[in-house]
Ligand binder design. Structure first.
Ligand code: NAP
Length: 258
């Protein structure tokens, strides 16, 4: 049904774990060449080896920190060197520490905005020339339902960073349209990842109860939407969001699902 994206060069920030690893697996499974970026070398190299062994396109690791513009530029250069260009950038790296407003420190706020929001800017800025040369440049942001659509006590900074990504997306899509680059976002609900597992069993059980489809999302659910946005068939879609949440944002209350 869809034109092949085999051979395309894809960069996935935060590709060593969770949703990013799912994105990397999805793209590699379609024969794309994938470079994943993360701070932890051991986890990144292990993920790259695991995904490369599955028989799709190659997956390599670059140790980098998206909160550093220099690091993002180096990651993009590595993708171009290894793959002869860059076609798809997935800005996925993110953190979600909880902090109530009353206790939030300037350092904690800066860390969340620096990785989740500024990291998006730095990654896309670094990739612009290569994406323009690609002829089918795609930027796919991993935002969230938290911030753009819903709220959650303890996540004002996180929600602001994820809503900020969508503000970035709309203006960037306009700026980059004339360069043939589209900019879209996936908005996951609650997806079973290493990061989410850290929130604990009670959190996960409460979430499952509040999701109409009664289970958390999988990393494959998110990858499928991102893969679609990277296809030639999605070339006319820009500045848009896809919510992947099992219906979580819809019910007004638990009773609404009875
Ligand atoms: P995760 O399991 O904790 O994985 C996060 C990934 O990001 C890791 O590979 C991590 O590697 C990388 N990362 C973190 N900080 C980084 C930095 N400064 N530079 C480069 N890489 C960095 O998290 P996840 O649950 O998959 O979440 C991934 C994205 O999805 C985030 O943007 C998150 O906001 C979003 N999201 C998740 C959910 C969910 O339910 N899981 C829901 C909505 C949105 P290192 O630690 O080695 O750097």
């Amino acid at each position: 049904m869809f034109t092949s994206i085999s051979g395309r060069s894809v960069l996935v920030t935060g590709g060593s774990k969770g949703i990013g690893k799912g994105l990397a697996a999805g793209f590699a499974g379609e024969g794309a060449q994938v470079l994943i970026v993360g701070r932890d070398r051991e986890a990144g190299e292990q993920a790259a080896a695991e995904l490369s062994g599955k028989g799709g396109g190659p997956v390599t690791f670059f140790q980098g920190d998206v909160s550093s513009a220099e690091s993002c530029a180096a990651a993009v250069a590595a993708a171009e060197d290894q793959h002869g260009g860059l076609d798809v950038v997935c800005c996925n790296a993110g953190i979600f520490p909880s902090a109530r407003l009353a206790e939030m420190t300037p350092e904690g706020l800066e860390e969340v905005l620096g990785i989740n929001l500024k990291g998006t800017f730095f990654t896309v800025q670094a990739a612009l020339p290569a994406l323009e040369r690609s002829g089918h440049g795609r930027v796919i942001l991993t935002s969230s339902i938290t911030g753009p659509i819903t709220g959650f006590s303890g996540w004002t900074h996180y929600g602001a960073s994820k809503a900020g990504q969508l503000g970035f997306m709309r203006s960037a899509a306009l700026e980059l349209a004339k360069r043939g680059i589209t900019v879209n976002a996936v908005l996951p609900g609650n997806v079973m990842t290493e990061g989410l597992a850290d929130m604990g069993a009670d959190y996960i059980a409460t979430m499952e109860a509040s999701i109409p489809l009664k289970h958390l999302g999988s990393i494959e659910d998110i990858a499928n939407a991102a893969l679609f946005l990277a296809t030639d068939e999605a070339a006319y879609i820009t500045a848009q969001t896809i919510v992947i949440d099992g219906g979580q944002i819809v019910p007004e209350s638990l009773e609404a699902m009875d």
